[in-house]
Design a protein around this ligand. Structure first.
Ligand code: ACO
Length: 323
């Protein structure tokens, strides 16, 4: 028998304000056609003034609890993947804990930029496997609109805000790859590439800063590293791409998503795609896509899912789970 982290609830939240590509044409030398053809993005949501990462995270978590038929009292830990917390400290996770009215357990943030949700899932799975927590709320939540340089057309059209949450529960299962739950993970980073994607500010440099990206360089790394980490994680679970029902990738660019699926020998019919409606929501993009994919009726109990992501660091990784 093996203790697995099984998904028992999902939820997501998108801020009300929807910004279509065409809106950028008024202030930037860009076009709906360029953004669509280069990235696959058609629109994105931006948080309202005063709306924070923990506000959105708490809403997504509340929906995941409702989906599971549980309350905050049933949760032992909260892990929030974010690079855009409300404050330097306390963690966004403790703010979510307070907003959910949860007075027990523990909460912390994970920061691995766009790979953050994969890192958070891996941590939560280890907490459950080791018996340190039984139910863990894993949330990806971001307000990247706050770190955009609105004069930089090569980045500001690509990102959006939102939050998604999965509630994981420890269950004693057979210990085979037919089990539900997280079956394997693979995490990587390589700080030599730190200058390809970063924010040019932070606490110890006493500024907030703006996102800077050499998009075409990141692109070059993305397809190869994503296919490789996904295959490594599958291999660790004793599975192959042929066993996969759904790839649920980080939603940065449709061309990266298509390239990765092709490299893995999978059709786009096996990929959950939300990038057209959400843009790149960094650590929120995978839980948003999982929650939306379930709502659409794409993801069903028993399906084998591979999530994979790459972002600033570079940091990248994959998680194989059976829904
Ligand atoms: N509108 C019109 N033209 C533009 C725009 C725009 N919004 N942005 C850039 N251009 C121009 C460039 O200036 C350049 O012009 P030039 O040839 O005259 O110099 C031209 O378009 C081509 O630029 P590229 O950057 O080479 O375009 P590319 O096809 O690579 O697409 C993109 C750019 C969409 C950013 C792509 O490279 C990409 O998606 N990269 C990966 C992003 C990613 O996955 N990031 C990781 C996760 S994010 C995270 O961790 C926070």
């Amino acid at each position: 028998m093996t203790r697995r982290a099984v998904v028992v609830g999902t939820g997501h939240y998108l801020p009300k304000r929807v910004v279509e590509n065409a809106e950028f044409e008024a202030t930037l030398d860009t076009s709906d056609e360029w953004i669509r053809s280069r990235s696959g993005i058609e629109r994105r949501h931006f948080a309202a003034e005063g709306e924070t990462t923990s506000d959105m995270a708490a809403k997504a978590a509340t929906r995941a609890l409702a989906d599971a038929g549980l309350t905050a009292d049933d949760v032992d830990a909260i892990v929030v993947a974010t690079s855009t917390p409300d404050l330097t400290f306390p963690s966004a996770a403790t703010m979510v804990q307070s907003k959910l009215g949860m007075t027990r357990g523990f909460a912390f943030d994970v920061q691995a930029v766009c790979a953050g949700f994969v890192y958070a899932l891996s941590n939560a799975s280890a907490l459950i496997a080791s018996g340190q927590a039984n139910r863990v709320m894993v949330i990806g939540a971001e307000t990247f609109s706050r770190i955009m340089d609105w004069t930089d057309r090569s980045t500001c059209v690509l990102f959006g805000d939102g939050a998604g949450a999965l509630l994981l529960e420890g269950q004693e299962l057979a210990g085979t790859n037919k089990d539900r739950g997280i079956l394997s993970t693979d995490l990587n980073s390589d700080g030599r590439y730190k200058d390809l994607l970063y924010v040019d500010g932070g606490v110890s440099t006493q500024s907030t800063g703006h996102l800077r990206m050499q998009g075409n360089q990141v692109f070059r790394h993305a397809v190869e590293k994503l296919a490789s980490t996904a295959n490594t994680a599958l291999d660790r679970a004793g599975l192959s791409a042929d066993d996969v029902d759904w790839i649920v990738p980080h939603q940065a660019n449709i061309r990266i998503i298509q390239g990765t699926a092709k490299k893995m020998g999978l059709s786009m019919d096996n990929v959950v795609v939300t990038v057209q409606d959400h843009g790149n929501t960094s650590a929120a993009s995978i839980p948003l896509a999982l929650s939306v994919g379930k709502e659409r009726g794409q993801i069903k109990e028993g399906d084998l899912i591979v999530t994979e992501a790459i972002g600033g660091g570079l940091a990248w990784g994959a998680v194989v789970l059976r829904w």
